[in-house]
Design a binder for this molecule. Sequence first.
Ligand SMILES: NC(=O)c1ccc[n+]([C@@H]2O[C@H](COP(=O)([O-])OP(=O)(O)OC[C@H]3O[C@@H](n4cnc5c(N)ncnc54)[C@H](OP(=O)(O)O)[C@@H]3O)[C@@H](O)[C@H]2O)c1
Length: 316
Amino acid sequence: MEANQFGKKGWTPDRIDNLNDQVFVVTGTTSGTGFEATKILLSKGAKVVMLNRNPKKAGDTIDKLKQELDNNIYVTNIQMDLSKQTSVKKAAQEILKTVPHIDALICNAVIAQVTKQTLTIDGWESQMGTNYFGNWTLQALLFPLIEKSKGRIVTVGSMGYDMGIKTIKFDDLNWDKDYTPNNAYSQSKLAQIMSMYELQNKLKEAGKIDIKAYVCHPGSSRTNLINTSGSFMMKFIFNLMKLSPLTQSAEKGAYPQLMCATEPNLEQSGFYGPTGRSNWVGPVGAHEIKPHAKDSAVAKRLWELSERETGIKWNI
Ligand SMILES: NC(=O)c1ccc[n+]([C@@H]2O[C@H](COP(=O)([O-])OP(=O)(O)OC[C@H]3O[C@@H](n4cnc5c(N)ncnc54)[C@H](OP(=O)(O)O)[C@@H]3O)[C@@H](O)[C@H]2O)c1
């Protein structure tokens, strides 16, 4: 394995300089890696616009951040339910009206391991609809603001991209056949990742090399992930795993997304996460990604399908 470009300890937030005047939009900050990433960004002087579905939880999160950091931090919440296209569009409109520029959009929110096949209000399998199509629309609508500040889009993926089927199930996107919570979740994470590498291609073709798109993952981090939608058995296994050395803190899980949002001159083609055992824990850096995640023929087809399904086109 190649040496970690950030040294033995890997990337850590010590590398972040002062972030005064920088604006970060972060989704899903009421718990887990999104909360920890927000806290570290604020501690470095950044402004953070959080996008959360639950206003009460978002309010409690702001109180907690102020208590743990300082009353003078700049943090706000705009309500957004990533599983509903109307809500994503409304939130994007509000951001476009009220936020002057975006240095990085961190797409962190997710639902995972949904027990039974469930459709979103827009008619997609719930994990695909929330994790993939929700982000598609959010990213495309906010792209002008990101372009304005030569900013970045950071997609928080998962090693799950390699734990389900190794391509996009174009003939049965809603899993009417063979639904399993893991297959459907993994598919949504694979789609998220593929669309980012395809976005890199599109930006390059358009000569827009100042705007960056990154893909990372938090390894195996102790968060609320499975507790929100997983089955009893998944919750049991996940909570047992939390006791083992094969998991790390949610704070460490936030490092890859923070690195992708702030580290200057970071190579876009990489896949960033923990580089230790199974890529679940360990020093943060670039590590292998399997070729199926970068299959550009599949990614192009997915891109066109996403434009048709959502009716949203990127203005690149
Ligand atoms: N933890 C791990 O080991 C692990 C492994 C691989 C990948 N990941 C990735 O890491 C990222 C963060 O996950 P996490 O582990 O920190 O999970 P988490 O603790 O469950 O946090 C998920 C966040 O997403 C929000 N969310 C869920 N559905 C939403 C919706 N419809 N609209 C808006 N926000 C919504 C949740 O808000 P509520 O409070 O309203 O539920 C919460 O703030 C995800 O992209 C996940 O795929 C995690």
